[in-house]
Write a protein that binds this ligand. Structure first.
Ligand code: CP
Length: 290
């Protein structure tokens, strides 16, 4: 198959998405061959990240890629260099793939058309986080053996969440029910779903972090959010039998979930982190072969 870049899931059909999921699962089962020896990879993270950045690095190492280190705090972006010029500089040194995270939306597509180097979106504004959606799909598939026919609820700060937006893109290619519940306090987002229903009748409950760094004002205090919507042992007990609970991380203990639930068998948060490595191996491998 091969991919030119991976900037969004909107461009991919169901077959492409299934191929990436299958490839991720295959990488998880078998040791990956070091198929990209001597090929250079550069992460360009202009927003904070722990799991996406490090899992791409782990994925790159497992594929035999050579990783360049880019530190935004010590880079020439601070001297006014544009993102295109930064990426063209990295490309001109011989790098074959860059993984980019940034706050602005809609510029990666334009830049990708002007580069020979492959680009992968590691989180762009509030709309795109395609590799997070892929790792979430792998985690759901591992538990249920399918993606069709499930009821999946995403609960939280939908309006500011690129995790939710990319998962909507992904699940639109499958036959199932996707419910989005956003606390009314966040405003503007038209949520037609009911919190109790999402909690009690879903196969997958996906919690989101309150994206304080993207809020222009205070919508709800951490205490109030926890009281109204935080996942406690009691609320976890109300979820459907055989359902699972996910969170993309980083999570805020005592806000969207309580520490005491973290060791419950329904919690798949650490599986999501693990699957991030394999989803990103699949993506890097497909773009480099594309
Ligand atoms: N889920 C996610 O994108 O986490 P990081 O911000 O730590 O990469």
């Amino acid at each position: 198959m091969g991919l030119k870049n991976l900037l969004t899931l909107k461009d991919l059909d169901r077959g492409h998405v299934e191929k990436l999921i299958d490839l991720g699962l295959k990488f998880k089962k078998d040791e990956a061959p070091n198929s990209f020896d001597g090929v250079f990879y550069c992460p360009v993270f202009l927003e904070p990240s722990t799991r996406t950045m490090l899992s791409f690095e782990m994925a790159a190492k497992r594929l035999g890629l050579e990783t360049l280190s880019f530190n935004p705090g010590h880079s020439s972006t601070l001297k006014g260099e544009t993102l295109y010029d930064t990426l063209k500089t990295i490309e001109s040194m011989g790098t074959k793939v860059a993984v980019v995270r940034l706050k602005q939306e809609g510029i990666l597509g334009e830049i990708a058309d002007q580069l020979d180097m492959k680009l992968v979106n590691a989180g762009e504004g509030v709309r795109e986080h395609p590799t997070q959606a892929l790792l979430d799909a792998i985690t759901i598939y591992e538990h249920f053996g399918k993606l069709d026919g499930l009821t999946i609820s995403i609960i939280g700060d939908i309006k500011h969440s690129r995790v939710a937006s990319s998962f909507v893109d992904l699940y639109s290619k499958f036959e199932g029910t996707l419910k989005l519940f956003s606390s009314p306090e966040f405003g503007e987002f038209d949520s037609s779903h009911d919190y109790e229903d999402c909690l009690k009748n879903s196969d997958v409950v996906m919690l989101l972090r309150n994206q304080l760094e993207r809020h222009e004002k205070s919508f709800i205090t951490a205490e109030d959010y926890n009281l109204k919507y935080g996942m406690t042992s009691e609320r976890l007990g109300q979820t459907k039998k055989n359902s699972i609970l996910m969170h993309p991380g980083p999570f805020n203990r005592g806000v969207e979930l309580d520490s005491e639930i973290l060791n419950h068998s329904k919690i798949k948060i650490w599986d999501q982190v693990t699957n991030g490595v394999y989803a990103r191996m699949a993506v890097l491998s497909e773009v480099l072969n594309g």
